[in-house]
Ligand binder design. Sequence first.
Ligand code: HEC
Ligand code: HEC
Ligand code: HEC
Ligand code: HEC
Ligand code: HEC
Ligand code: HEC
Length: 289
Amino acid sequence: MKRFLTYFLIIVITTIITSSCSDLQTNIPQKSTDLKIHNNGITAVDSPNFHGKLIRENNWSFDLCIQCHSSNYTGGITGSSCLTCHTNTDGPQACNTCHGNFNDPNLISPPRGINNDTLTTSKSVGAHINHLFGNNLAENVKCENCHNVPQTYNAEGHVDSELPAEINFKGLAISTIATNANYNFSIGSCSNTYCHGNFEFTKVNAKPENQYIYAEDNIVGLNKTVDWTKVDGTQAECGSCHDLPPRGHLGFEILPLSSCVVCHSSVVNKTGQIIDKTKHINGDVDLGL
Ligand code: HEC
Ligand code: HEC
Ligand code: HEC
Ligand code: HEC
Ligand code: HEC
Ligand code: HEC
């Protein structure tokens, strides 16, 4: 059996070395009698020979690996399965393999960026958590609002380009006048997004019974440029995305926060807390119940 495996591996190795897939040559033994295919450290995260690094150096391609480990990663001719460690659905192709929490398939965004960044001061990580989980002001934001989300790891536009990741604002981020929403890669800031106050509600489009609240033609937000890597809460305080009440709204700079509940009772309470997150920063005018 051992001898059979040796011959088999010689054939496989020869095929691979002579084929165009030679990217991994440093890790393929030159001695054909050597049964060990990989260099030491193939499973050691800190080793330069760690298998994750090989895939990374191969532009995130699994093509070479599946030639021996089989396309369903169960081990194939090697008998060495990827699925012993990559236990999530889709095995190594799971969305939390290369970014997100390796142990939790529901946490697929950074922290743990592509280069293992975990600090919010890194653009890779930034305010992901604040948007995606436990958002106090609105419903949790979805990946789709800021990225094109691949259906599979090898979908077009995903791993086929160099970092940084692509940002592509959609949905609520660009609603109404916010079609110019923009992310500045060099300084890591977002501008002109609907969510951060690039909104304009117009008197002419309001229901007749609501038009009385317009002191001007439009009610507008503050259109804030926000820093993606600043997560101390100062960019999410009441009054930071729109004045209380906003410019153009009757009572601008006069009405107190405690008064909003009088008319916007489905959204806030009398201490100014958001009581229904589905109605705040949702793209719509929300008043009473
Ligand atoms: C002995 C356990 C083990 C086996 C077997 C294993 N992996 Fe991994 N793999 C890991 C661990 C642990 C990580 C995450 C390391 C980290 O924290 O960055 C990982 C990471 C990866 C990554 C992400 C690399 C990166 O830089 O983000 C890929 C891709 C991957 N493995 C593919 C495979 C494939 C393909 C196989 C089978 C041919 C395989 N793994 C077999 C444990 C394993
Ligand atoms: C020429 C065939 C061949 C290719 C190509 C190959 N492997 Fe392997 N791999 C093996 C064999 C045989 C073993 C078991 C013996 C050993 O560890 O060398 C193995 C073992 C492993 C292990 C250790 C598994 C464990 O449970 O200890 C990992 C991880 C691994 N390979 C990952 C990869 C990755 C990732 C790729 C693609 C970059 C790859 N392999 C490409 C043949 C191959
Ligand atoms: C509010 C907007 C926003 C949302 C929502 C969002 N991202 Fe991001 N994402 C960003 C920004 C900004 C960057 C950093 C771009 C850069 O490098 O400057 C980024 C970067 C990334 C990166 C690359 C990390 C690295 O190491 O460079 C990945 C992967 C990623 N996001 C995945 C996700 C996933 C998955 C989701 C949903 C679960 C998600 N993002 C939701 C804005 C967002
Ligand atoms: C083999 C590793 C790997 C796997 C598996 C993987 N990703 Fe990624 N992902 C990356 C890399 C590398 C980037 C950064 C790409 C770039 O520079 O544009 C990235 C970036 C992203 C981004 C940011 C937008 C972009 O394309 O730049 C999102 C969103 C994302 N991945 C979602 C997913 C989802 C959903 C899955 C599962 C279907 C998944 N990823 C599986 C490596 C992976
Ligand atoms: C991240 C930006 C942002 C912050 C911070 C913010 N708002 Fe808003 N707010 C908006 C946007 C955008 C709208 C526009 C209407 C919509 O989409 O719900 C809005 C609308 C409102 C409305 C009108 C009712 C409605 O939702 O239609 C009230 C009242 C309100 N906000 C109160 C508050 C209070 C109180 C706070 C602090 C707890 C707050 N806002 C903090 C972005 C913000
Ligand atoms: C006297 C009733 C009244 C009070 C008090 C009031 N609003 Fe409004 N507000 C309205 C009405 C009516 C509209 C709807 C305009 C429309 O239909 O276009 C509105 C619209 C808005 C809008 C823009 C559209 C939307 O619904 O998001 C914001 C933002 C807003 N109000 C915030 C506030 C805040 C913050 C307070 C408290 C400081 C407040 N309002 C107090 C009646 C009120």
